[in-house]
Design a protein around this ligand. Structure first.
Ligand SMILES: NC(=O)c1ccc[n+]([C@@H]2O[C@H](COP(=O)([O-])OP(=O)(O)OC[C@H]3O[C@@H](n4cnc5c(N)ncnc54)[C@H](O)[C@@H]3O)[C@@H](O)[C@H]2O)c1
Length: 451
């Protein structure tokens, strides 16, 4: 099949590459000239495990092409996927300006029987609006479908090639069959291909992200309470997770969710609700709880230094909004950096993949270490914001030697408080009583009592 993918970001590049890998001829179109030039040279503009190899292999086979030429990409394409960004506008609603720009630019070149498919996350009713706009532009009806993407950055290829389910929103069985054929190689394990209306399909994407965000905000709120009543969130999590009605997924407390999807999709769904006269009480609480959670690490650090951050040397491990990506959009680490800089702290950061993106924002306002240990030199405390595998089993003795004070604020609960106390650390995590080193037994804390 001949396919065009418009927008070669995290979603478009993975989508185009995986469809090429299953034997289709795919042309990826983007307006970013520099990005397309890099892709033509087999340089991958984002970090996504496995993507470089897959792009290289399919480009070399001539099945994966990159262009800024709209006509070249769209003419002859049987299916055109739209994967441009849909960021939040000032009122939280999705900003569809890039999408409309694409529709207007591709309309003159669309084949009469082409299927236009929205992979971008778009408000309910967008497929219908695209149908109308294309009718106005081309004077003839055009087939438009919704096919939301559920991939996770960091595991995007695996998610695309082995999806839990594929959801398509269509108005005809013929379009459903076209998309079913396209996805057949990825559904050989009998995971479902779900056919519904474009409206239900568009809604499905928002509801999935909103529910996952709700679980995170819920467990974060409960974790904050646990800290104040000497309960341990991990014990509570285990206590509830074994209930088959509840389970364990997305019930890990932390420093708040980030990324380009959850924050914007919760707000966009809330904006849709308000627009239709439904008060989005749960959604607004989820968003507000998350905004507050992103401040929790900063508040703990400030309290530790009795409100005086000026001149404090503070290290941060983890900048990407989650491991295995370089994406820092809405990342909690940025909130922490802002908070620390506002207080006059000296911040040194380390992340395995996201350093360049953070440097583009902060330049020389913060320090950049070339490894996790180097970030700790002379640090008065360390904040951990992203749970990269590299941070899970560090050499604690070496850490303590490098730091001015062996103090950790762990926003991802990577270590056992009882171990950290035995190793001589002051250790703050989320949803647990902080611990101070074993030698401090003269001044017992609630954490000491527990063991
Ligand atoms: N990132 C994710 O994990 C993820 C997962 C599921 C769904 N989504 C959704 O997919 C969509 C894309 O997200 P993303 O993270 O890939 O975005 P992105 O910002 O990484 O990529 C968007 C790309 O579109 C290009 N673009 C913008 N305007 C264009 C135009 N007029 N013509 C051609 N190209 C244009 C940009 O240059 C950029 O390369 C969003 O709606 C998002 O909500 C994202």
């Amino acid at each position: 099949m001949r396919i065009a993918v418009v927008g070669t970001g995290y979603v478009g590049l993975v989508t185009g590459t995986c469809f090429a890998d299953s034997g289709n001829t795919v042309t990826c179109l983007d307006i970013d000239v520099a990005k397309v030039a890099r892709l033509k040279n087999a340089e991958i503009p984002i970090y996504e495990p496995g993507l470089e190899e897959l792009v290289g292999r399919n480009a070399a086979a001539g099945r994966l092409l990159f262009t800024t030429d709209t006509a070249a990409a769209i003419r002859g394409a049987e299916v055109v996927f739209l994967a441009v960004g849909t960021p939040p506008a000032a009122d939280g609603a999705a900003d569809l300006s890039a999408l409309w720009q694409v529709i207007d630019s591709i309309a003159p070149y669309l084949e009469s029987d082409a299927v236009v498919v929205t992979k971008s996350t778009v408000p309910v009713g967008t497929c219908a609006s695209i149908e109308q706009r294309l009718l106005q532009q081309t004077g003839k009806g055009c087939r438009v479908a919704s096919n939301p993407e559920f991939l996770k950055e960091g595991a995007a290829i695996e998610d695309f090639q082995k999806p839990d389910r594929v959801v398509v929103g269509v108005r005809s069985a013929e379009v459903a069959d076209t998309l079913r054929n396209l996805y057949a190689p990825f559904l050989r394990t009998e995971n479902p291909f779900l056919v519904m209306s474009p409206e239900s399909s568009e809604m499905t994407k928002y509801v999935a992200n909103a529910l996952l965000s709700t679980k995170i905000s819920f467990i974060n709120e409960v974790a904050n309470l646990c800290e104040r009543i000497d309960a341990d969130i991990d014990d509570v999590r285990r206590g509830i997770g074994h209930d088959s009605r509840i389970g364990f997924a997305f019930l890990f407390p932390g420093a708040g969710y980030g990324g380009s999807c959850f924050p914007k999709d919760v707000q966009a769904l809330a904006a849709m609700a308000r627009d239709k006269g439904v008060v989005p009480r749960v959604l607004m609480a989820v968003h507000e709880t998350n905004q507050a959670q992103k401040q929790v690490l900063g508040a703990k650090i400030t309290a530790h230094f009795s409100g005086a951050l000026a001149g404090r040397k503070i290290a941060i491990w983890g900048l990407a909004f989650k491991p295995r990506t370089d994406d820092i959009r809405d990342a909690p680490a940025l909130d922490l950096i802002e908070h620390l800089l506002a207080g006059g702290a000296q911040v040194t950061v380390y992340d395995p993949e996201a350093m360049a993106n953070v440097r583009a924002i902060y330049a020389d306002r913060i320090g950049y270490a070339d490894g996790p240990m180097a970030a700790l030199d002379d640090a008065e405390c360390l904040a951990i914001v992203t749970e990269w595998g590299d941070f899970r089993r560090p050499d604690f003795d070496a850490m303590a030697r490098r730091m001015q004070s062996p103090t950790i604020f762990d926003g991802r609960n990577l270590y056992a408080p009882v171990d950290m106390r035995a190793r001589g650390f002051i250790y703050h995590s989320i949803g647990k009583t902080p611990v101070t080193p074993l030698e401090d037994f003269s001044q017992p804390t609630a954490g000491h009592r527990r063991s």
